[in-house]
Structures are given as structure tokens and as C-alpha cells.
Design a protein around this ligand. Structure first.
Ligand SMILES: Nc1nc2c(ncn2[C@@H]2O[C@H](COP(=O)(O)OP(=O)(O)OP(=O)(O)O)[C@@H](O)[C@H]2O)c(=O)[nH]1
Ligand SMILES: [Zn+2]
Length: 479
């Protein structure tokens, strides 16, 4: 077997580095040319702990890595490498100093930039200055990997020459994964030159994964970790097709959505808000109760992410919402104002608002009546967004396919309740559903696949009409 031959790079210090992507071991190295390097190691990268680790051998680029330059893609590639390694919770970033400007140094790179400003490409600029197009050596990287006991790697790079160089030095590159970062208008010429003249991979068919999901398409072969998260989290909603009823609610650990005065600013954090806006962007209609409109005066539009805002639906059986509520006033998105037969309505409403009369029962509109009305209008994908009573009513009526319940680490003590319904006597009969858990900043979000739970209890009951789960006394579900 090939050996990594030593080239005199020594490990002189070890410490840790806490990053957004995890707590890394950080080792400092010095090579015989006087250059200092670091290796960031996440998890156990030894051969017995799993497949060959993901390794990014990153060439220092002050302008791209630290200063946010758009002349190159280095900073975004480094960030993408961190994400990939963070996602696997295992891997190595070898950060090579002395590689600045493809090995010609910082000031020489800036001179090369000055020539590029005059029309030279990145290769000719180096040559014009009397340097090779690429002057980098990878001996230090090989030494560092040897020191870490890593012989076989999965390399994160778009540059096939790095595989050649590392292989020559005894590192076995079992796979190479390009780092999917988008071309920018400012670096298209530079990246195109690298592809045409330096053998770099051609641009990946860049796909805006979120845009695909909002266009009802589930992207395949997604590379970047953040994109994979999007597909895993929201793909099932896209796959559900034309009819889907979901709900989202954020409550305190003790189960309240607001204080007793109705103050709800804010229970959950920004990650949960983004998640809520993603759900809005994936449905045809968003439904809220009158109390929520009165207490929060929400806009219910998609703002935190790109995507079309759904039709807004206000359930107001007793006509309590004032016509100056934002959703009835702002003209932003078509809005259905659902009123009970006796509720008074103003003589005129804004053109974006349509009044819909629905029959009411003791507890307001029946969820199935609301959904039937929406489906008849072609609004088959519905998000029930609050408040607690409305989401609870849809939950206990057994019409929700999925529920995201975010719990924020705050105690409200008393206040406006979140999920509440009359439950069963025996815990064995309590509503349980398979699902997933997400840490969203400070908050914990539980996703419940209620459709799967219903299907399971149907098959378990072998034909019995009754579905397990909470039902208000005296009510029956239609199968
Ligand atoms: N001389 C010179 N160096 C540059 C220029 N633009 C970026 N660099 C340097 O190029 C190095 C990164 O090399 P790249 O060709 O971008 O990428 P790579 O490391 O070969 O391949 P990847 O693994 O895919 O990133 C960094 O050290 C940058 O400072 C340039 O126009 N001229
Ligand atoms: Zn760069």
C-alpha cells in the first residue's frame, strides 16, 4: 500500500474551535518553509469509525475567506465545506497558508487582479507576472493527514488536479465531491477560465431547491447539506399532491400561545418564523381564527422566504373581526372572510376580500365544512395557523394530515392556551403519531404525521370505523 511520505510538517499545538457547525479540534502545524497551517477536525475520523472522512484541502484566500470577495468562490466553498462536514458530524478542514494566490502570495495575487482588471484572465495574469499558473504544493496537506492517521479521504473540491497532487503524495482519494456553490455575476469570468483552462469541473446544474419545491417539484441528487435539509423537511408536503391539511403552532413549554393579556411577541424564535413562512409558501390557503386576527393583526403573507403568498382565510362565525384588520385592509392577497349566517358584515369590503357565509354549529364552523368550501374553490392545500383553539378543533376533528408544534423554552404560567381538547381516560388511548423532531434555534419543533397515525389505527382496527385519538364526546368521524 502507498505510504504518505513525510515532508517535515510538524504539529506544534492542539486546541478546540467552537463554530456554527460544531466544536472542532484545531491543530496547528508548521512546515519547513516557515508556513503555518491548521487542521479542523470534527468527530472521530479514524478508519475504524466509518467511511473515509470528508476532507476539504482549502487554499488560503484572504479576500474570499475573510473579506467576502465575490471575485472568487473561496469563501462560499469554505462555508459549504463546513456545512457538509457539520451535516455528517465528521470530517476535516485542512487550511493551507502559503497557498494564497495559488501559491504566489497575497500581493502578487493583487497584482494579478490588477492585470485582470485590464482584461487578462486569471491564468495569463500569473504568467505575465512571471509565475506559474498554479504554484501550490500539497506536501503539508499530506503530512497533516498522516499526522491525523487518515490515509483514505473523500475530497471536497471541484479541482481534479488536487486529486492528482494528493495521490502522488500517497493520499488515497476514494471520492471527490464538488462543492455546489452558485456562480456570481462578478466571478463568472474567473470560474469559466478555471473550467476551460485549469480543468475544474463544469458548473453543476445549479438548482434553486427551494424554488423547485415551491413549484411543486422535488429536486433529485441534491448535494449541499442545507438543500438536503429542505428536501427532507418539505419534500413530503410537495409529494402529498393537491389535497393536504396541515397546521403549525408555537407554544410555551407549559402550553400557552400568549400571555393572559394576549401578548404573543414572540413565543418562538426566528428559525420557527422562517419555517412558518415556508409552510405558507407551500399551501394554497392559510386559515386563522377571529381571535388571532383581533389579537395579533397578522399579515399572513410569505416574507421570510421567496414564494407566493397563499389565499388568506379568516374564520369569523360571529362577525367579531373589524374591517380595518390588516388582512381585510391591505389589498395584498385574496382573502376570504368566512362569516356565520347571523354575523353582521360591513356594506362594502375591499376588492381583495370576499365574504363567504357558512353554517355554524355550537363550536363555530365545523372544520370539514371549511375544508369542503376551500376545496370547492380549488384551494386543496391548507395551512391552519392559529390560534390554539382553532388548531385544536382541526386536530380533534381528525382532519389534519400533519402538525408542527414548536415548543419554546419559556414559561407563561397562565394565558391563552395552545393545544387543548377533551382527552381520553386512558393514556393508552391518547393521540400518538410518528414524526420528526427539529431543533430550531432555542426551540424544539415536533412534526406529527397524523395521516400516518390514522392509516395505522385503521389497519390496526381492521375495518372498525372508529379512529383512535381524541374526539369531542358525541361526535363521529366520517371514515
Ligand atoms: N493568482 C491568482 N490566485 C487566485 C485568483 N483568484 C483566486 N486565487 C487563489 O486561488 C486559490 C484557490 O484556488 P481555486 O482555483 O479557486 O480553487 P482550488 O483550490 O483549485 O479548487 P477547489 O478545491 O474547487 O476550491 C486561493 O489561494 C486564492 O487566493 C487569481 O485571480 N489569481
Ligand atoms: Zn479566493
Amino acid at each position: 500500500m502507498t505510504q504518505i511520505r513525510p515532508h517535515g510538517t510538524e504539529c506544534l499545538v492542539e486546541t478546540t474551535l467552537a463554530t456554527e457547525h460544531g466544536l472542532f479540534r484545531m491543530l496547528g502545524f508548521a512546515d519547513p518553509h516557515g508556513d503555518e497551517h491548521v487542521a479542523l477536525v470534527l468527530g472521530d475520523v479514524g478508519p475504524r469509525s466509518g467511511p473515509p472522512p470528508l476532507v476539504r484541502v482549502h487554499s488560503e484566500c484572504l479576500t474570499g475567506d475573510a473579506l467576502g470577495s465575490r471575485r472568487c468562490d473561496c469563501g462560499e466553498q469554505l462555508e459549504a465545506a463546513f456545512r457538509e462536514i457539520g451535516h455528517e458530524r465528521r470530517g476535516i478542514i485542512v487550511y493551507l497558508r502559503g497557498h494564497e494566490g495559488r501559491g504566489i502570495g497575497l500581493l502578487a495575487k493583487l497584482r494579478a487582479y490588477a492585470l485582470q482588471d485590464q482584461g487578462f484572465d486569471t491564468v495569463d495574469a500569473n504568467l505575465e507576472l512571471g509565475y506559474p499558473a498554479d504554484a501550490r504544493g500539497y506536501e503539508a496537506a499530506a503530512d497533516i493527514l498522516a499526522e491525523l492517521g487518515v490515509r483514505r479521504i473523500r475530497l471536497l473540491s471541484s479541482n481534479p488536479d488536487k486529486v492528482v497532487q494528493l495521490t502522488r503524495l500517497g493520499v488515497q482519494v476514494v471520492a471527490r465531491h464538488g462543492l455546489a456553490v452558485p456562480d456570481r455575476p462578478e466571478n463568472t469570468f474567473y470560474l469559466t477560465t478555471k473550467r476551460l483552462r485549469m480543468g475544474h469541473d463544469s458548473a453543476p446544474p445549479w438548482e434553486d431547491v427551494w424554488h423547485s419545491l415551491t413549484s411543486a417539484r422535488i429536486p433529485e441528487n441534491v448535494v449541499a447539506a442545507a438543500d438536503r435539509d429542505l428536501v427532507e423537511r418539505y419534500g413530503p408536503l410537495v409529494a402529498a399532491g393537491r389535497e393536504l391539511t396541515i397546521a403549525q403552532l408555537a407554544q410555551s413549554v407549559d402550553g400557552f400561545i400568549a400571555t393572559r393579556t394576549g401578548d404573543a411577541d414572540y413565543v418562538s424564535g426566528p428559525a420557527d418564523r422562517t419555517h412558518l413562512h415556508r409552510l405558507r409558501a407551500l399551501v394554497d390557503a392559510v386559515v386563522v381564527g377571529a381571535s388571532t386576527v383581533i389579537a395579533d393583526d397578522p399579515r399572513l403573507t410569505v416574507r421570510a422566504v421567496t414564494g407566493a403568498s397563499p389565499v388568506r382565510v379568516v374564520l369569523d362565525p360571529r362577525g367579531r373581526v373589524r374591517p380595518d384588520a390588516r388582512v381585510l385592509e391591505d389589498g395584498l392577497v385574496p382573502t376570504l372572510w368566512m362569516l356565520g349566517p347571523q354575523a353582521t358584515a360591513p356594506d362594502a369590503v375591499k376588492p381583495h376580500v370576499e365574504i363567504v357565509r357558512l353554517p355554524t354549529g355550537r363550536a363555530g364552523f365545523a372544520p370539514s365544512t371549511v375544508l369542503g368550501e376551500l376545496r370547492a374553490r380549488g384551494l386543496g392545500r391548507v395551512l391552519v395557523e392559529g390560534g390554539g383553539r382553532l388548531v385544536s378543533a382541526f386536530l380533534s376533528a381528525g382532519v389534519l394530515d400533519r402538525l408542527w408544534l414548536t415548543t419554546a423554552p419559556v414559561f407563561i404560567g397562565d394565558g391563552i392556551p395552545g393545544i387543548r381538547f377533551s382527552g381520553p381516560d386512558r393514556l393508552a388511548d391518547a393521540l400518538r403519531a410518528p414524526g420528526r423532531r427539529y431543533v430550531m434555534g432555542e426551540d424544539l419543533c415536533c412534526e406529527f404525521d397524523l395521516a400516518a397515525a390514522r392509516a395505522f389505527s385503521r389497519s390496526a382496527d381492521r375495518g372498525a370505523d372508529d379512529l383512535r385519538g381524541p374526539l369531542p364526546a358525541g361526535q363521529h368521524r366520517t371514515p
